[in-house]
Design a protein around this ligand. Structure first.
Ligand SMILES: [Fe+2]
Length: 332
């Protein structure tokens, strides 16, 4: 069992880094860290050095990072993943430095989402210098796509301290790794990708102030303001450059009595199951996973479910150096 202590970051490839950074700062409100690499912009929202890295190159999500407790736990996770048939690669020093972690490993989930487990992510004590007062308090959760959310949950639940908090039928699985109702979600999607990245805000007023701000600035509101009955969070989803969906939310439920919580199942087609205020709902845009030329994911002929496909193999690289661009604006 691999214990994830927190979510760490999203790393996303962008063809137009200037536009993407301008949106992340001037619109979303994140702090741009002092540049330390020519083609990487680090965006900060909380105690982490950054939670979003925008990397100049083909557009598409590069990886989603999760923290483990330390180097021993990382080594144990590496052994455990390899033992169960995953191809795992250790990041080199420069890659770890770019992520502001001491060490990390990379592998693909059975659906092709690139995951990274990190040890010793850098903390910054200085208050965040937000570009605008959006009210952001922290990086709240990330949401991945997989064609079968039940298979996806099996992957997370059998290997990690990941427990379902609630189901949205076959459409989504909301997963906790600590008392927060969900720090991870898996949404049904044909191709691997990042459905959205969430930032918590301090008050309900921030959600509505941000809504007006986004509308005034011509940003596409994908869904909300509304309220999810599962987490009780008041949400606002909006579309950034290159198919990247951001979310602000306030008031996420905490599950303090883990043993007593019974996951519930909601029918996504039932009115109010996604937005209990009965506003219009839609599937928000996902940014597709960059095709990875690196060997990762389960090896053939392992204990992986037969319905999953092993990832492609090739030379070891973590950065999106290929020419393939996979951004999409898919909605449903
Ligand atoms: Fe969300």
């Amino acid at each position: 069992m691999i214990t994830l202590t927190d979510i760490a970051y999203v790393r996303s490839g962008v063809a137009d880094i200037e536009t993407a950074v301008r949106f992340a700062t001037d619109i979303v409100g994140l702090e741009l860290a002092t540049p330390s690499e020519a083609w990487v912009a680090h965006l900060r929202a909380d105690h982490r050095h950054h939670c979003l890295a925008l990397v100049q190159g083909p557009s598409g999500v590069i990886s989603s990072g999760f923290a483990v407790a330390g180097p021993d736990e990382l080594a144990a996770a590496e052994t455990e993943l390899e033992r169960t048939g995953f191809r795992v690669r250790r990041g080199d020093l420069a890659e770890a430095r770019s992520r502001r972690v001491r060490e990390f490993i990379a592998f693909d989930d059975p659906f092709g989402n690139r995951l990274e487990l990190v040890s010793q992510q850098e903390t910054i004590s200085r208050p965040v210098a937000f570009t605008r007062p959006a009210g952001i308090t922290e990086f709240g959760h990330l949401c991945l796509d997989a064609p079968d959310v039940h298979e996806a949950y099996r992957f997370w639940n059998t290997r990690f301290n990941a427990r379902v908090s609630d189901w949205l039928g076959d459409a989504a699985c909301l997963i906790r790794i600590d008392p927060v109702h969900h720090k991870l979600a898996v949404f049904r999607g044909e191709r691997p990708g990042l459905c959205h990245m969430n930032f918590q805000v301090a008050t309900i007023d921030d959600v509505f102030r941000n809504w007006h701000f986004l509308v005034e600035h011509g940003v596409e509101i994908e869904m909300g303001p509304g309220r999810h009955p599962q987490s009780t969070a008041i949400f606002l989803y909006f579309l950034g450059p290159e198919g990247f969906t951001y979310e602000y939310s306030f008031g996420v439920r905490r599950i303090e009595d883990d043993a007593a919580w019974q996951p519930r199942t909601f029918d996504p087609d039932e009115p109010g199951s996604i937005d209990m205020w009965l506003g219009p709902v839609r599937r928000v845009s996902s940014q597709l996973q960059l095709a990875s030329p690196e060997p990762a994911g389960p090896e053939p002929a392992t204990s992986q479910p037969a319905s999953t496909q092993p990832a492609s193999t090739g030379p070891a690289r973590l950065e999106p150096a290929s020419t393939e661009s996979v951004t999409t604006g898919r909605t449903a």
